[in-house]
Design a protein around this ligand. Structure first.
Ligand SMILES: [Fe+2]
Ligand SMILES: [Fe+2]
Length: 243
């Protein structure tokens, strides 16, 4: 069994440095890995990125993160990625990684993702160039995500994004902004790849639990949603048991 701790939307800044880390002292007793679903910072500055790295470094379990839209706000996403990686944190963006958790291989693929909306109520790549670019951004991401999930040689396969793959976990948010909170294309990539769990953040007023159309468990782990330092999901592996 693998115990996956997950959280999103830490939104740290220098004035709150150290306060999130204080809540992680017992983490290795409760989890084998910590997944962070983006929006580590408030305004995406390198200074805030350094605070995030200090919160998440050397926790006693591997930490895998994606960036969120806030982490892009100052056009410093590459520097923030480097700061996090220098602290030993894995940053995914359209790629994946595999960890050995006590003999069970945990594969995690992911990235920030983007919006576009959900079946029947989504943007289409038609008309003005900015609208086509908006939809193309998500299509491109979903393609890379699907390939990354498929490429994981693992027993438990997890998708980690900032944007939501389904509308279920947005319940509580105004319906008018759903197209800016996620895309059904992320769920299509998940459902095409025998994925076991999908983790996301971004929807602070959303709900924790949902399902993709293919029946994969989706969890919105935004800090205001889970209202604890992290949620823990225990994953049994039929694939590991069959080996
Ligand atoms: Fe956020
Ligand atoms: Fe966000």
């Amino acid at each position: 069994m693998i115990r996956i701790a997950a959280v999103g939307d830490l939104h740290v800044a220098p004035e709150v440095a150290g306060t999130y880390r204080e809540r992680l002292g017992a983490l290795p007793e409760h989890a084998d890995v910590l997944l962070v679903a983006g929006d580590l910072t408030r305004h995406g500055t390198v200074e805030e990125g350094k605070v995030a790295a200090a919160e998440l470094r050397d926790l006693g379990v591997p930490v895998i993160t994606v960036l969120g839209n806030h982490d892009h706000h100052s056009d410093a996403e590459d520097e923030i990625t480097k700061v996090l990686e220098d602290a030993g944190i894995t940053v995914l963006e359209g790629d994946g990684t595999v960890l050995d958790c006590g003999g069970t291989r945990l594969g995690v693929a992911g990235g920030k993702g983007f919006g576009g909306g959900f079946a029947g109520k989504c943007a289409s790549d038609f008309g003005e160039r900015p609208m086509k670019a908006f939809v193309e951004e998500t299509k491109d991401f979903a393609g890379r995500l699907g390939a990354a999930l498929l490429g994981l040689e693992c027993d438990v396969r997890v998708c980690l994004t900032h944007y939501a793959p389904v509308p279920d976990t947005l319940a509580g948010e105004p319906p008018e902004i759903y197209p800016f909170l996620g895309s059904y294309l992320i769920a299509e990539a998940i459902d095409a790849t025998d994925t076991d769990l999908a983790i996301h953040g971004h929807a602070h007023m959303g709900s924790e639990k949902g399902l993709t159309p293919g029946g994969v468990r989706v969890r919105n782990v935004a800090l205001p949603v889970i209202q604890q330092a992290y949620a823990v999901y225990a994953m049994e592996s039929e694939r590991a048991a069959a080996r």
